[in-house]
Design a binder for this molecule. Structure first.
Ligand SMILES: NC(=O)C1=CN([C@@H]2O[C@H](COP(=O)(O)OP(=O)(O)OC[C@H]3O[C@@H](n4cnc5c(N)ncnc54)[C@H](OP(=O)(O)O)[C@@H]3O)[C@@H](O)[C@H]2O)[C@H](O)CC1
Ligand SMILES: [K+]
Length: 449
């Protein structure tokens, strides 16, 4: 059982991977059921457990777990929503020699195991299932979900009436619902049970980046020169510039950035922007934080876009069609409002929308929020486990843009730069703790490196 990591598979991809594994479904269900029993044993500490079994193979996992737990001496009971419908679930139920109660009048237990529905859920939970599920979950001390909390959309993370789990044990691989809201919040802690199915996908879970320390031959320019362009709210650009410096850029120039800045950051005037962009040593430009929307601001954005420099566009620089297959590395960092302004409401999940937008504009997109999604043209995407909710405060986005600039400047490809930036940002927030403000991230960044 490991923390959520690796590939993210849709329900259909998971099904294909099961088949491609060449392992019999019976064996896979035995492994899933065994992993579930181990989780219940471990997190339930041997307390009485009630296992809710649905009609499909998710329910089959539940019957197998029940049999093992009973053999290990746990006081375990089962309540089912109906008879099993798959061959494997029928066999798993037949191998359980205890009673199978009715879901509607099941008695609560300290440990509740939710094995009603997994990747096969296709619609809203009917009231006759949702009602007892919520009643029993509310009465339990701990709720452990098999694969997914029953009642979330596997691929889009929609809530179809699920009860909140404390622990979700995902089989073989993470699914989008483990990372996309609102489902992610209904999963509690997500753990993966590897059951021997090899998973390959172009969507993965955000991982700790490999950030090499400076070597003996490094100097400020090899570590990366970052330009941060300021505007009407100088504090925002100051946060970006300081974040770039604190996340390892060798040389940071603030163009029109006034206010409280470390002495290490070089200050230049706005009218020096064009010249500075011509400097071949510039490895990244960050524009947008606190920029404003004046004509002058728009001209500066146009200059930055027309330059051959790797670019991070944030805040006020984000407008519909602002970039279109720009040849140099480009990262856009919209929050939900900015994303909709740029790309419209769109169809599908946040993952689908971010991937479509990345393809549309030819840039890497960090679609920020409680379930940040990073996507690049061609379909590569990264889903991010929830970061500290204290990040929901002014200026944290400016810090992220500055870190992304530093990651581009150290030579990372745009998608890797975006992932490293989001990872550093959430790690800095974790270290900063409760009550943090954006400035606190700056002090934590060196520790994260
Ligand atoms: N990942 C692996 O390698 C393995 C996963 N396993 C487990 O298998 C499930 C997926 O099993 P599946 O049988 O495909 O699907 P479910 O058990 O989730 O449910 C399907 C049944 O549920 C009915 N359904 C769907 N939505 C609803 C609803 N809202 N209300 C009521 N009933 C619903 C559906 O009926 P239909 O009418 O839609 O046909 C099905 O009867 C996976 O999650 C893992 O837990 C295996 O153990 C093997 C290895
Ligand atoms: K479940």
């Amino acid at each position: 059982m490991i923390p959520v990591s690796g590939c993210v598979l849709t329900a259909a991809q998971m099904h294909d991977a099961e088949i491609a594994s060449g392992i019999s479904l019976q064996k896979l269900m035995d492994r899933a059921g065994c992993a579930l029993a181990e989780a219940v044993w471990r997190f339930g500490s041997g307390r009485p457990a009630l296992i809710l079994c649905g009609p499909g193979n998710n329910g089959g996992d539940g019957y197998i777990a029940a049999r093992l737990l009973a053999a290990w001496g746990v006081d375990v009971s089962i309540a089912a929503s109906g008879f099993p419908k798959t061959e494997l679930a029928v066999a798993a139920r037949a191998a359980w020699d205890g009673l199978v109660g009715n879901l509607a009048n099941a008695q609560s237990s300290p440990v509740l195991v939710d094995a009603l529905f997994g990747t096969g859920l296709t619609r809203e939970l009917p009231a006759e299932i949702a009602k007892p599920l919520h009643r029993l979950a509310n009465a339990a001390e701990i709720v452990i979900a098999a694969d997914l909390p029953s009642g979330v959309g596997t691929d889009d993370g929609r809530d179809y009436g699920a009860a909140r789990a404390d622990i979700t044990l995902a089989f073989a691989a993470a699914k989008p619902a483990h990372l996309l809201q609102p489902a992610a919040s209904l999963c509690g802690k997500v753990r993966i049970a590897h059951i021997g199915v090899e998973c390959v996908a172009n969507v993965s879970v955000l991982a700790r980046p490999h950030l090499a320390q400076p070597g003996p031959t490094d100097h400020k320019y090899t570590r990366g020169m970052v330009i941060v362009v300021g505007g009407t709210m100088p504090g925002a650009a100051a946060l970006s510039a300081t974040a770039a410096a604190r996340s390892g850029a060798g040389y940071v120039v603030g163009i029109g950035v006034t206010g409280d800045l470390p002495h290490a950051i070089v200050r230049r005037d706005h009218d020096e922007l064009a010249n500075t962009l011509d400097d071949p040593r510039v490895r990244a430009v960050v524009i947008g934080p606190g920029l404003g929307r004046s004509d002058r601001a728009r001209e500066m954005v146009d200059l930055a876009i027309a330059s051959p420099c790797p670019l991070v566009l944030d805040g006020d620089a984000l407008a519909p069609n602002v970039v279109n297959d720009r040849p140099a590395p480009t990262i856009l960092t919209p929050h939900a409002g900015e994303f909709t302004r740029m790309f419209g409401d769109g169809d599908g999940s946040k993952l689908d929308r971010t991937r479509a937008a990345a393809d549309h504009c030819g840039a890497t997109i960090i679609f920020k929020g409680a379930d940040t999604v990073i996507a690049s043209p061609g379909g590569r995407a990264t889903l991010c486990p929830p970061a500290s909710a204290w990040l929901s405060t002014a200026g944290t986005g400016d810090v992220l843009a500055g870190i992304a600039g530093a990651m581009l400047a150290r030579g990372f490809a745009p998608h890797d730069a975006a992932c490293a930036a989001v990872w550093l940002h959430s790690e800095a927030a974790r270290l900063a703790g409760s009550g943090m403000i954006a400035d606190d991230l700056l002090t934590q960044l060196p520790r994260c490196l």
